[in-house]
Design a protein around this ligand. Structure first.
Ligand code: DX5
Ligand code: ZN
Length: 214
């Protein structure tokens, strides 16, 4: 069954406390939290204090997507408030060391790639990852159009993970909606992030259930 990690970037933060029980009831697998520094990506969002508050109000596993430069500088800060903790291959950190540090601090490490990075570039790090995240938009903003070029990358990762006999989730993030979600699932994605699709309608729970049914 496909897992869903709704991105709260498109959510009304002041009503999040009411929204989270509904998401839990609908069966979401994790909550996707987009951390942006205005440097690695041209947008800013939130950091540790906001995630800490969210953690106090829900037991849904937190999937923290760091879109920040040199993320290894901040792993010790984010690990205590994360379940899954991911950073960008392109962000200028020592990749293997950072993945290992995340695991040592008790989180599930993941590595993510921007649209212009090939899947093959991260094959060597797969044994250190519990998940890989293929961006299907340029990171920075919710509500962008899905890039179909991301799909062969998902499939290449799926084949390499199988070839190596590993157990690594494949997440996809950006532009997931009713039409693109089945394509992502067919390509081999196991965790779908969805922001605007889940939150910008009046049938949030139905949308979550639809994605999980794929
Ligand atoms: C973009 C973020 C995404 C974003 C997804 O940089 O990483 O998680 O919130 O939003 P949608 O689903 O609207 O594309
Ligand atoms: Zn994200």
């Amino acid at each position: 069954m496909i897992k869903i990690s709704p991105s709260i970037l498109s959510c009304d933060f002041l009503t999040l406390d009411d929204t989270m029980p509904l998401l839990k009831e609908a069966g979401v697998d994790m909550l996707h939290l987009d951390v942006m520094d205005g440097n690695f990506v041209p947008n800013m969002s939130f950091g540790v204090p906001v995630i800490e508050s969210i953690r106090k109000h829900t037991d849904i596993p937190l999937d923290v997507h760091l879109m920040i430069d040199k993320p290894h500088r901040y792993i010790k800060d984010f690990a205590p408030v994360s379940d899954w903790l991911g950073f960008h291959y392109e962000a200028g950190s020592p990749v293997a060391e950072t993945l290992k540090e995340i695991r040592e601090l008790g989180c599930k490490p993941y590595l993510t790639i921007k649209p212009k990075t090939t899947a093959e570039e991260i094959f060597e790090f797969l044994p250190l990852c519990d998940m890989v995240l293929v961006m299907s938009v340029e990171p920075g903003f919710g509500g962008q159009k899905f890039m179909p070029e991301s799909l062969p990358k998902v499939t290449a990762l799926k084949e390499e993970i199988a070839r190596r006999g590993l157990n690594v989730e494949i997440e996809i993030d950006g532009g997931i909606n009713k039409e693109t979600a089945p394509l992502a699932a067919q390509a081999g994605a196991t965790v779908l992030v969805a922001g605007s699709y889940v939150f910008n309608g009046d049938d949030m729970c139905e949308r979550v259930k639809y994605i999980k049914s794929l």
